[in-house]
Design a protein around this ligand. Structure first.
Ligand code: PBG
Length: 326
């Protein structure tokens, strides 16, 4: 038996760190923060243990909690005071995200990213403008081109409020170009765009839709978000966003799509982000609550695997807990 090669030689405690290929740092992580204009106190999010919707007055305190763990970036989601057909509170100057971001950027050093989408703001819960009789139409589709203008307006209003980076998540064709053009026209040429470039129509978003009150009132998102069956299509989607000027390329969800993360890492030079979504968080918590999994170990292993697949940064509800344990 020839055992010249013994991989176990490099697994001892003294050497493991030296040969480790992947590391996880608090500065790789982005913590989601939910700000709720309808709340006057913090409301726990049941399906996402440890997370809360906070009133605008508490946004700064919430972000300071994140910063205290070593995580330096947040992505802000809003629950508006009211909703309408065109999601007008998404791009209102005094909208919930705009108001929160003004305070957070004035009072903290956090790097503030904003999600650019309409689903939390539309009465129908879809990520854009829809046709009048859409509810009865099984082939319901968001109207792509009229939505672009509203997304651009949303991104500009968020940048005006002080957002450091905008992250369009609606999977509208042409959204990156529309937002880039509008940001530049408004003097925000230094605000980068992190595009949710390959975002799948995933069942793992369930808890988020409770958290942000953004579930579609009818139908689903399969006509605009990607089919989970498709891998090569992700490369085409991402290439389009790169042509339009995306600065950071996001794949979402993370764990069920590590092949896609790896593809994007290999095929493109831009930084790659992955979104470890609400369902990925909820399932580890549920298993841990039953005593079936070790929460801290599985959370850390999950994030490490996302980085190993090629992500530079990870948006994750585990950000604070994992950062504290590092
Ligand atoms: C808005 C948006 C969603 C998520 C992030 N931005 C919901 C969706 O597309 O249905 C999901 C995040 C998560 O599940 O953690 N479009």
């Amino acid at each position: 038996m020839d055992l010249t090669n013994r991989p176990r030689r490099l697994r001892g405690d003294g050497v493991r760190g030296l040969v480790s290929e992947t590391s996880l740092e608090p500065t790789d992580l982005v913590a989601p923060v939910f700000v709720d204009a309808t709340a006057d106190e913090r409301v726990p999010i049941e399906s996402m243990p440890g997370h809360e919707r906070v009133p605008v007055e508490d946004a700064v305190a919430r972000v300071e909690e994140v910063l205290a763990t070593g995580v330096e970036a947040v992505i802000v989601f809003g629950v508006p005071e009211s909703k309408d057909e065109t999601g007008s509170r998404a791009y209102a100057e005094d909208g919930v995200v705009q108001a929160a971001v003004r305070r957070i950027t004035a009072e903290t050093d956090a790097y503030v990213i904003t999600d650019v989408c309409l689903c939390e703001y539309t009465s129908h819960g879809h990520c854009g403008v829809i046709e009048d009789d859409a509810a009865s139409d099984p082939d319901l589709t968001v109207e792509n081109d009229p939505t672009l203008e509203l997304l651009a307006e949303t991104a500009v209003s968020q940048a005006d409020a002080g957002a450091d980076m905008v992250a369009p998540s609606s999977m509208t064709d042409g959204m990156v170009a529309a937002i880039r053009g509008a940001l530049d026209d408004a003097g925000h040429e230094d605000v980068p765009i992190m595009s949710y470039a390959a975002k799948y129509e995933s069942a793992f978003y369930g808890p988020f839709r409770d958290a942000a009150d953004g579930a579609p009132a009818f139908g689903d998102r399969r006509h605009y978000q990607m089919d989970p069956a498709n891998r090569r299509e992700a490369a085409r989607e991402v290439a389009l966003d790169v042509e339009q000027g995306a600065d950071v390329l996001m794949v979402k969800p993370a764990l069920p799509y590590l092949d896609v993360v790896a593809d994007v890492r290999r095929e493109f030079d831009q930084p790659v982000a992955a979104y470890n979504v609400s369902g990925e968080y909820a399932m580890l918590h549920a298993a841990a609550e039953n005593g079936w999994l070790d929460l801290e170990a599985t959370a850390r292993e999950s994030l490490l695997s996302v980085k190993r697949a090629g992500a530079d940064l990870i948006v994750t509800y585990f950000a604070e807990d994992v950062a504290e344990s590092l």
